[in-house]
Design a protein around this ligand. Structure first.
Ligand code: AMP
Length: 396
């Protein structure tokens, strides 16, 4: 495996798999350029080393061949603004135009290929399609963490065409380093916070984390499956009855592994799923009939905050309550603030997975934590302990 920092890019055509799957509005303008911005350092590194760059990405989920609304042409202007340079575009990611434009690409120039997913071969991981892409360049860089859990042609299969000229970009490097600092090389005490709606979608993560953490804070909707499993009354809170046994199993495993499993003792309960609902604070195992738990209570919040503040390594995945509604955002907000404060005091913190990322952004704290992951699904699979094809393809 090569390293982007000391590789000689001069006169090389460098194929970079980026994740430019950005949201567009009705006028096809980019409404959030975070993902494009995040790839700029890798692109600039190659250009500064006198190489040329061929960008590959997908956009949206085209079903059957090209669809104008999913054309990467829409994002050319945004890339140009962020790079401060004009770029070229090939209206097909393989074929004559792409080959000619790639062959004639001068050092210091950038070519963007049309949406890879206009070919079904991309998601199928077709090796012939991968070699057609590979022929366009001399070097392969994967900088798309968001698709690293997929064995697609451009994210994994293509790497075998570059046995001595493949590497990670800066973005993916930071993701891997940050998560492994939590999962493999952590400094104790380690606290993981796992929230969100359902226990079923987090069960593998929770089990995997039990081997790595000192404290495991549970929050969000999954709280009530644990509470019911323990014999509590949970009113009409979210519950997964198929998971009661597994919840008890986790409680037992935590005990045997000496993990401090923190199930919120109290709850903010509401009489409807609404920001305007009537609310009351109650014990999590004594929620009245007709009421549902939508946030952790004050006592639990105080305990959670204390645990976070005393930690040296923190991983946060999933909100503590229905943070999208102001009435039920306190538990999530106090965790977010505590993670920021702990980080300021020297802890290493990683926020990963869809909604906790949205929460940390909502509270404007993203720049106060060590790392906010860009890859929702990829991050979840990494936390589950799975190996990611896009990462394996570069490492092996
Ligand atoms: P997830 O995608 O599994 O991380 O779930 C995130 C969603 O869980 C958010 O949209 C929250 O509003 C929701 N959520 C958090 N706490 C609860 C709760 N107590 N009851 C219902 N939904 C919740």
């Amino acid at each position: 495996m090569q390293n982007i920092d000391n590789y000689d890019f001069s006169s090389k055509k460098v194929l970079i798999r980026v994740d430019f799957n950005v949201p567009l509005n009705e006028a096809f303008e980019v409404t959030d350029n975070t993902r494009i911005k995040a790839a700029i350092p890798t692109i600039k590194k190659v250009l500064a080393g006198s190489g040329s760059v061929i960008l590959m990405s997908h956009l949206g989920r085209p079903k059957n061949g090209p669809e104008a609304k999913f054309s990467l042409q829409h994002i050319v202007a945004e890339i140009e603004t962020l790079l401060g340079n004009s770029i070229d575009f090939a209206s097909d990611c393989i074929g004559k135009e792409a080959q000619e434009k790639a062959a004639n690409l001068e050092s210091g120039k950038v070519l963007l290929l049309e949406n890879l997913r206009f070919y079904r071969e991309e998601t199928k991981g077709d090796s012939e399609f991968a070699s057609k892409l590979a022929k366009l360049g001399d070097v392969y860089i994967n900088d798309a963490f968001g698709t690293a859990h997929r064995a697609h042609a451009s994210t994994a299969i293509i790497a075998s065409s570059f046995p001595n000229d493949k590497m990670f970009g800066y973005l993916i490097n930071k993701e891997i380093k940050s998560v492994s600092q939590v999962m493999e090389n952590s400094v104790a005490p380690v606290t993981a916070i796992v929230g969100g709606a359902k226990v079923s979608s987090k069960i593998v993560i929770i089990e995997n984390l039990l081997d790595k953490v000192d404290n495991l804070i549970i929050g969000g909707g999954m709280t009530y499956t644990f509470a019911k499993a323990l014999g509590g009354n949970i009113g009409s809170s979210l519950v997964e009855d198929d998971y009661l046994e597994l919840a008890l199993d986790i409680i037992e495993k935590a005990k045997s592994k000496n993990v401090n499993l923190m199930i919120p003792a109290d709850t903010i309960a509401a009489d409807s799923f609404s920001n305007e609902a009537n609310t009351q604070s109650c014990n999590t195992n004594e929620i009245p009939e007709g009421w549902m738990g939508l946030d952790v209570g004050e006592k639990a919040s105080t305990e959670n905050v204390a645990s976070v503040l005393s930690s040296k390594t923190i991983l946060w995945n999933g909100p503590m309550g229905v943070f999208e509604m102001e009435t039920f955002q306190n538990g999530t907000k106090s965790i977010a603030l505590a993670v920021a404060e702990a980080t300021q005091n020297g802890a290493f913190s990683v926020i990963g997975g869809g909604d906790s990322v949205a929460a940390i952004n909502q509270f404007n704290l993203a720049d106060k934590v060590s790392h906010v992951s860009t890859g929702g699904g990829a991050m979840l699979e990494y936390l589950e302990g799975k190996s990611l094809p896009g990462i394996e393809a570069i490492l092996n």
